[in-house]
Design a protein around this ligand. Structure first.
Ligand code: FES
Length: 119
């Protein structure tokens, strides 16, 4: 069963921002879009880019390295790198698109809490 860990205060995460926190040994990305909060692995499934250094647009995070995009609502791949043509085909062959692992997040009082997905 997953247990929630307090990772930040609501005031630390204004609307439209992201933040890297640590839960146990794991770097986790938390993000806020309006009144919705999201948690996911901070490291890009492509080549470990630090997603907290990327950009957030609505619920979509863009990796700062090769600009893959993931929807934080479920982790699905919106775009796999910003490569095109042959380079994109080669990139998909070398490393097939992989969704971002998302985690449970909740707000209680002034705190933000995350429970890691098990497995
Ligand atoms: S490391 Fe994130 S897109 Fe390549």
């Amino acid at each position: 069963m997953s247990s929630f860990t307090r990772v930040a205060e609501i005031a630390e995460l204004p609307d439209g921002t992201m933040k890297k926190v640590t839960v146990g040994e794991k770097e986790i990305l938390i993000a806020r879009s309006g009144s919705r909060y999201f948690a996911a692995d901070d490291r890009c499934p492509h080549m470990n880019g630090d997603l907290s250094l990327g950009t957030l647009s609505g619920t979509v995070v863009t990796c700062p390295v090769h600009h893959s995009q993931f929807d934080l609502t479920d982790g699905r791949v919106v775009r796999w790198t910003d490569f095109t043509g042959f380079k994109l085909s080669a990139a998909k062959l070398l490393k097939s698109p992989k969704p971002l692992t998302t985690h449970e997040i909740k707000v209680e009082g002034n705190g933000i809490f995350v429970a890691l997905k098990e497995g």
